[in-house]
Design a binder for this molecule. Structure first.
Ligand code: RTP
Ligand code: MG
Length: 137
């Protein structure tokens, strides 16, 4: 089942020089293709749309602060079961709970600064692609 997903390499990944490493892990998966890639600093309005489900939660404000603290790399990745697949490469939200071998498990410590976002369903992917790459909607 070919899908597409929206991936963000968060500001901690860019600051720490880990974008190449993370992109390599995605590129190594057979048949997956990066079909859009852009370095950009996110506006608050973009993050409000992207994280709409989290508005009002205690971690929301610090999350928006962090996500606008420096550039991110936004990508569209397409391929077989890529929505579930990139989430599996990333590991669970809390990097300390994430297994070594996963991106968060190998490089993360802090829940907020967990290096990567990946859409959590095909519906989320379509919504998020429209936010970050309106021309690809
Ligand atoms: P993402 O959306 O970034 O792919 O991550 P996720 O699905 O694994 O996590 P989600 O529950 O959607 O939370 C979005 C992001 O908010 C930060 N967060 N901080 N308790 C906290 O301090 C807390 N909980 C979540 C993380 O950056 C998480 O990825
Ligand atoms: Mg999420």
């Amino acid at each position: 089942m070919t899908q597409r997903t929206l991936v963000l390499l968060k500001p901690d990944a860019v600051r720490r020089g880990l974008t190449g490493e993370i992109i390599s892990r995605i590129e190594r998966k057979a048949g997956w293709q990066i079909t859009a890639l852009e370095l950009r600093t996110l506006e608050r309005a973009t993050l409000e749309q992207h994280y709409a489900e989290h508005v009002g939660k205690p971690f929301y404000e610090p999350l928006v602060e962090f996500m606008s603290s420096g550039p991110v790399v936004a990508l569209i990745v397409e391929g077989e079961r890529v929505v579930e697949g990139v989430r599996a490469l990333a590991g669970p939200t809390d990097p300390i709970a994430a297994a070594p071998g996963s991106i968060r498990g190998d490089y993360g410590v802090i829940v907020r600064e967990n290096l990567i976002h990946a859409s959590d369903s095909e519906e989320s992917a379509e919504r998020e692609v429209k936010i970050f790459f309106p021309g690809r909607a």
